[in-house]
Ligand binder design. Structure first.
Ligand code: NAP
Length: 242
């Protein structure tokens, strides 16, 4: 059995990634913070796709809780390891910097950057021992160009891009690849409150992206065909930023 862990797999892009990896034959560990109802819908969809999976709730911001959940899973599966990790969990708390609340700065960085460290570090050693692994980090166009009103989110996503490049060079010899995907505007709960008509005018492709389109890219990066791609940031944004 091959295992993949998707953080933030209960909704949006994460759910589509769970489905894609299930279609590729992976047993899916579906992480989420609190929304069990939606996580169960993801699990049902994984099963409909002919694979199985399990729910693995933990708050990626919380190092102790995250480490315990991963350790418990590993203890229950002593001969297995998680070979694909998709660090997808993310939040935004937008505001102009002058008005930004301290807690909104902390929460966004702690989810994306803290979450990356908390989840990736314990899974890295087994990947190195087995001499195979795939780590795919969900960045954003905001981490590439910087978006006003999102200094916290841009900093977090810019940080994850640099972390991707650094870690990729540390582990390439052990056949572990580390890449980032940088979506533009994708139709999920995260953008539900934005004005779609004005967004479409900004995007050269004239539409928002679909979670499944991002999931297909993640699936490719997880596949054997992407063995020689590492340390890359691949944009998927309909031409919004090139
Ligand atoms: P979404 O629909 O808001 O879903 C967010 C997911 O992350 C949910 O599964 C949520 O779990 C989980 N999550 C949030 N905080 C968490 C935490 N502390 N611990 C564990 N899980 C947590 O978001 P999305 O649009 O699919 O975004 C997914 C990723 O893509 C994020 O990293 C986001 O920054 C990035 N992204 C999105 C867009 C876009 O336009 N949508 C563009 C660029 C990048 P619960 O269901 O339990 O809350």
């Amino acid at each position: 059995m091959k295992y993949a862990l998707v953080t933030g797999g209960s909704r949006g892009i994460g759910r589509a990634v769970c489905l894609k990896l299930a279609q590729m034959g992976y047993h899916i560990l579906i992480n989420y913070a609190s929304n069990q109802t939606e996580a169960e819908k993801t699990l049902a969809a994984v099963r409909e796709a002919g694979q199985d999976g399990e729910l693995l709730p933990f708050n990626v911001m919380n190092r102790q809780q995250t480490r315990k959940a991963i350790e418990d899973w590993q203890e229950a599966h002593p001969d297995e390891y998680i070979e694909v990790l998709v660090n997808n969990a993310g939040i935004c708390r937008d505001n102009l910097m002058v008005f930004m609340l301290e807690e909104d700065w902390d929460a966004v960085l702690q989810t994306t950057l803290g979450g990356f460290f908390n989840v990736t570090q314990p899974l890295l050693q087994p990947m190195l021992v087995h001499k195979f692994g795939r780590i795919i980090n969900m960045a954003s166009v905001s981490g590439e160009k910087g978006t006003p009103g999102q200094t916290n989110y841009s900093a977090a996503k810019g940080g994850i891009i640099s972390a991707t490049k650094a870690l990729a060079q540390e582990v390439a010899r052990k056949h572990v690849t580390v890449n980032a995907v940088a979506p533009g505007f994708i139709q999920t709960d995260m953008v539900a409150n934005l004005d779609e008509a004005s967004l479409k005018k900004m995007i050269p492709a004239g539409r928002l992206g679909k979670p499944e389109e991002v999931a297909d890219l993640v699936g490719f990066l997880a596949s054997p065909s992407a063995d020689y791609i590492t340390g890359e940031v691949i944009s998927i944004n309909g031409g919004l930023y090139t």
